[in-house]
Unconditional design. Structure first.
Length: 301
C-alpha cells in the first residue's frame, strides 16, 4: 500500500523535465478538458436518471404490491348492503391488514382530474370503492375473488397486477438505459482522449525523436503524455460534475402533484455517487492515453 501511495503521489506531482514533452496548452489540451467536462456533466444527468428511476420502480412495486381495490357495482338500494357484506368478507380474509370503503369526497377527489372538482358523485351511479391494504405475507387474490363472487355478486377485485407490472417494467428499463448511457459516455470519452493523444503525439514527433537521441526511454516519454492527459481529464470531469450537480439542484423536488416528473435528482447518500465520476474519467484517460502512446511510439521506431 505504501508503494501504491508513493507511486500515486509521484504521478500527481510529476516530473518537471517530463512535463516539457507535452505542450501545456493548445487544441489538444482544450479538447481534452472540454470533452471531459461535457462527459462529466452528462454522466451526472445519466446517473441521476438511473438512480431516480430505480427509486421509482421500487416505490411503485412496493406500494402497489401491498394494495388492492374492490369495486362494487349494484343498484342504489343494494349498495350499502353489498358494501357491508364485502367488508365482512375482507375482515375474515387472511392477509388483509385493513379494508375501508372510500367516502364520496374521496371518490370525487379521484375523479376530479378528469371530470373537475364539482362532480356530483352522490347523484351519479358510481361504483363504491373499497381500499385494501395487505399484510407483509399478502393475500390469496384468487381465493378472495371466489368468496366475493359467492357472497357479494356485484364486487370485483382489482389487485393492481395489470397496472403494476408494466409500470415497474418501464421504470426498470429506464434505469437500465441510464447505466447503458454511462457506459457509452465512458467509451466516447476514451475515444476522444485517444484521438487527442494521437494528435499530440504526432505534433511532437520531432521532439520525441530528439528525446530518443539523447537517451530518453519510451516509458519516460509515454509517462509524460499519460500524466498530462490523465490530469486534464480529471480536472475537466470534476468541472463537469460540479456543473451537473448544480443543475440537479434546480430540478423540482418530489411532489405528489408532479408524479414521476419530480424527484429526479439525488437523494440522501446518493449525492456521493457523482464523486466517483472524476476518478473513473481519469482512469479511462490513463488507459486510453497509455495505449495510444505505446502504439504510436512503437510505430515511430
Amino acid at each position: 500500500m505504501r508503494l501504491d501511495v508513493s507511486q500515486a503521489g509521484a504521478f500527481l506531482l510529476g516530473d518537471a523535465q517530463a512535463d516539457r514533452v507535452v505542450p501545456p496548452t493548445g487544441m489538444t489540451a482544450r479538447l481534452t478538458l472540454f470533452s471531459a467536462a461535457v462527459m462529466g456533466f452528462v454522466a451526472v444527468c445519466a446517473l441521476a436518471l438511473a438512480l431516480a428511476t430505480g427509486r421509482l420502480a421500487d416505490r411503485w412495486d412496493d406500494e402497489m404490491a401491498r394494495t388492492a381495490t374492490v369495486r362494487i357495482s349494484a343498484p342504489e338500494a343494494q349498495m350499502a348492503a353489498q358494501t357491508a357484506a364485502a367488508l365482512r368478507v375482507l375482515e375474515t380474509t387472511a392477509g388483509v391488514a385493513q379494508a375501508r370503503a372510500l367516502s364520496d369526497a374521496e371518490q370525487a377527489a379521484l375523479l376530479a382530474p378528469w371530470f373537475g372538482p364539482d362532480l356530483p358523485v352522490e347523484q351519479l351511479p358510481i361504483p363504491r370503492l373499497i381500499e385494501i391494504v395487505e399484510t407483509g405475507e399478502g393475500m390469496d387474490p384468487e381465493g378472495l375473488r371466489l368468496r366475493l363472487a359467492a357472497e357479494v355478486p356485484g364486487a370485483v377485485l382489482d389487485d393492481h397486477s395489470r397496472w403494476r407490472a408494466p409500470l415497474v417494467r418501464a421504470a426498470e428499463r429506464l434505469r437500465l438505459l441510464g447505466w447503458v448511457v454511462l457506459l457509452l459516455i465512458g467509451t466516447a470519452m476514451g475515444a476522444m482522449i485517444t484521438l487527442a493523444a494521437n494528435a499530440s503525439l504526432a505534433a511532437n514527433a520531432q521532439v520525441i525523436s530528439v528525446l530518443r537521441l539523447v537517451g530518453a526511454q519510451d516509458s519516460f516519454i509515454a509517462g509524460a503524455f499519460v500524466r498530462r492527459f490523465t490530469l486534464r481529464a480529471l480536472a475537466g470531469a470534476a468541472t463537469g460534475v460540479a456543473l451537473g450537480c448544480a443543475a440537479i439542484l434546480f430540478l423540482p423536488r418530489a411532489q405528489a402533484e408532479g408524479g414521476f416528473l419530480t424527484g429526479l435528482g439525488f437523494q440522501g447518500w446518493h449525492w456521493l455517487w457523482p464523486l466517483v465520476i472524476p476518478p473513473l474519467a481519469a482512469g479511462v484517460a490513463y488507459a486510453a492515453t497509455r495505449a495510444a502512446a505505446q502504439r504510436t511510439l512503437k510505430d515511430m521506431t
